[in-house]
Write a protein that binds this ligand. Sequence first.
Ligand code: ZN
Length: 111
Amino acid sequence: MFHLFLHALVPLILSVLLAKHWFKQPWYKVFIIMMLTMLIDLDHLVATPIYDPLRCSMNFHPLHKLWLVPFYAALMLFKPLRAVGAGLSIHMILDSIDCQVNQGVWFHSAV
Ligand SMILES: [Zn+2]
């Protein structure tokens, strides 16, 4: 539950702090875009079971694969996609921290 709270708190803090000078958009627009990047968790729908609180998402779910992370980060290089890239990157970092807290690993060792 604390993990989910962080998925809202961290984007909120960053959108408020960086909206004006880095995102160059109102903070609430940046925050809404970052919240919409949570839709990436729809990839959990193809997992069995759909929700497992102790499962490590990183590198397990299709949109949480490690090789995608640099592409998510690269989105921040393009101003119109900056908030999307930041939202996805923050999401991956928080999910990875969740793996570390729950299982002592930074990502799932995919087969
Ligand atoms: Zn996730």
